[in-house]
Design a protein around this ligand. Sequence first.
Ligand code: SF4
Length: 108
Amino acid sequence: MSKYKIIYDREACIGSFACAAAASDFWVYNEDGKADFKGATYNALTKRWELIIDEEDHDDNQAAAEVCPVFAIVIEKLPDTDDKTPHMGDWKKEPTTPPSDDLHFTEE
Ligand code: SF4
């Protein structure tokens, strides 16, 4: 099952609440006129709210992201756990093969 990371830039939110119409389980009205992202935690480094969701919650949140007029909601697919595709940082885990001494370059 795929997982996704939702990143919410609350500073950019203009309070249109289109997101709440698309995914009311996650996006709710706050008295300050901006949307709150239920269950999300604040990342002080990026100054964004973040939440990991399962695939079953992807479509509603994707709809929320697509209707947001200021693109405050970004969704990133996380690597599948059985995904064999190399990812950033994998080079640290596996020993690398040194270049072959048999390589020769010729000038024409
Ligand atoms: S749709 Fe975007 S701008 Fe509108 S309330 Fe939701 S996050 Fe804020």
